[in-house]
Every structure is written in structure tokens, then in C-alpha cells.
Design a protein around this ligand. Structure first.
Ligand SMILES: N[C@@H](CCC(=O)N[C@@H](CS)C(=O)NCC(=O)O)C(=O)O
Length: 124
């Protein structure tokens, strides 16, 4: 039963991801010097996510629209490096989650709406 639910959830997630991929996003265009500056600012940001999670899809669309080069980390696979790291560092598995590293300080940001607000505020 648990396995069936997992298959259903992943299947549904893949369908949503596919539909989202079909819907075009109008990307922000920046002058190359500006884009370079933004790329420098996002080099320390990583998105921990599941491929088919609707909240992650929403966040990935925001990232695409804002034309940000943010690395995505797969936190779905049990026993994987990034899932283990998230569990160890935050005490839970919840995606999407933005990991923002500034020097020695690491901030883990949960909630797709907060992530969207943060990205729009800084890069919109
Ligand atoms: N309110 C949260 C909801 C996020 C959420 O429910 N994420 C699910 C995946 S769709 C999750 O992290 N589940 C943990 C798990 O499946 O282990 C948001 O908007 O980001």
C-alpha cells in the first residue's frame, strides 16, 4: 500500500513537472554585466528539492522566471548525500528548502512562499 502511494505520488509529480515544462515562462532579461553580478550573488544558493513536488515546481518556475543560476539538490532519495545533510543540519526533511551560505554562516529557508518572496525581493 505504501509502495503504491509512493508510485502514485511520484507519477502525479512527474505529470505536474511535465505540464509545468510545457507552460512557457517569460524570463527576466538582464544586460550581461548585470547577469554576471546576479550569478555571483547566487553562487552560494542551493535549492534542496524533490523533482515532482508541486511546491518545488513552483519554486523552480520562480527561479527560471528570475533567470537565476541556482543549483538544485535532490533531497528525495533516501540515504543520499543531500537528504542526509538536510536531516542532519535542520532536523527534518521538507522541500523546497533554500540553503544560503555566507562565509561560515548557513541559512536554511523553508516554505515555498517565503522562498519566492526572498528571491523576488533580491533578484526581481
Ligand atoms: N508549506 C510547504 C509545503 C511543502 C511540502 O509539503 N513539501 C513536501 C513535499 S511536496 C515535503 O517536504 N515532504 C517531506 C517528505 O515527503 O519527506 C511549502 O509551501 O513549501
Amino acid at each position: 500500500m505504501k509502495f503504491l502511494l509512493k508510485v502514485l505520488r511520484n507519477g502525479l509529480g512527474a505529470i505536474i513537472a511535465f505540464i509545468s515544462w510545457l507552460i512557457p515562462t517569460s524570463k527576466i532579461k538582464r544586460a550581461s554585466i548585470q547577469q554576471k553580478k546576479v550569478d555571483e550573488q547566487t553562487v552560494n544558493i542551493e535549492l534542496y528539492q524533490f523533482f515532482g513536488c508541486p511546491f518545488c515546481i513552483k519554486t523552480r518556475r520562480t527561479i527560471r522566471r528570475l533567470n537565476l543560476n541556482i543549483v538544485t539538490r535532490n533531497a528525495q532519495t533516501i540515504g543520499s548525500e543531500f537528504r542526509d545533510e538536510m536531516q542532519r543540519e535542520t532536523g527534518k526533511i521538507q522541500v523546497p528548502c533554500l540553503k544560503i551560505t555566507n562565509d561560515d554562516e548557513v541559512q536554511w529557508m523553508f516554505e515555498s512562499s517565503d522562498i519566492g518572496t526572498y528571491l523576488n525581493k533580491h533578484f526581481g
